[in-house]
Design a protein around this ligand. Structure first.
Ligand SMILES: [Ca+2]
Ligand SMILES: [Ca+2]
Length: 151
């Protein structure tokens, strides 16, 4: 179970372990490749349909985080952004574990259409408010998020 709280706790544990490793490293064999573990908070602040995936001008949009549906499906016309900042929890990821995976889909009666996805994490993770453009299966969505380094 990958709850946001658990991710946060795992991140903190990884950070502590890395610190202990650095201290041990100083006493023993020097390891110049050891980088401090960075921990990030990720807040999804919004989503906008730039171009509908469906031909009827309404997409039934839903969002998955790490493979689990966390929002939607919600009827969305293009050009009308939805504010997600108060609807979703803050997620956590770090520079050493598996990056946080965020995907957006259009729900259909048959098979759903995946418009796109991206990952957040790793050592060179961009910080601050940002926009990711997802494009696939004929749809274009923009996802807005804010990434903050917390450790
Ligand atoms: Ca569709
Ligand atoms: Ca649909």
């Amino acid at each position: 179970m990958k709850s946001p709280l658990r991710r946060g706790l795992v991140g903190a544990a990884v950070s502590l372990a890395a610190t202990a490793g650095l201290v041990a490293g100083t006493a023993g064999t020097a390891n110049a490749d050891t980088l401090p573990v960075k921990v990030y908070s990720v807040r999804l602040t919004g989503l906008m349909v730039v171009d509908n995936q469906d031909n009827n001008s309404v997409d039934e949009v839903y969002i998955k985080v790490d493979g689990r549906t966390v929002w939607g499906p919600w009827d969305m016309h293009r050009g009308n952004p939805v504010d997600l900042s108060m609807q979703l929890p803050v997620y956590y990821t770090d520079s050493v574990g598996t990056p946080l995976s965020i995907e957006a889909f259009d729900r259909d009666p048959g098979r759903d259409d995946r418009v796109g996805g991206f990952v957040v994490g790793g050592y060179y993770t961009p910080l601050g408010p940002q926009t990711r453009v997802l494009s696939g299966n004929g749809g274009v969505y923009e996802v807005y998020l804010t990434v903050t380094q917390i450790a």
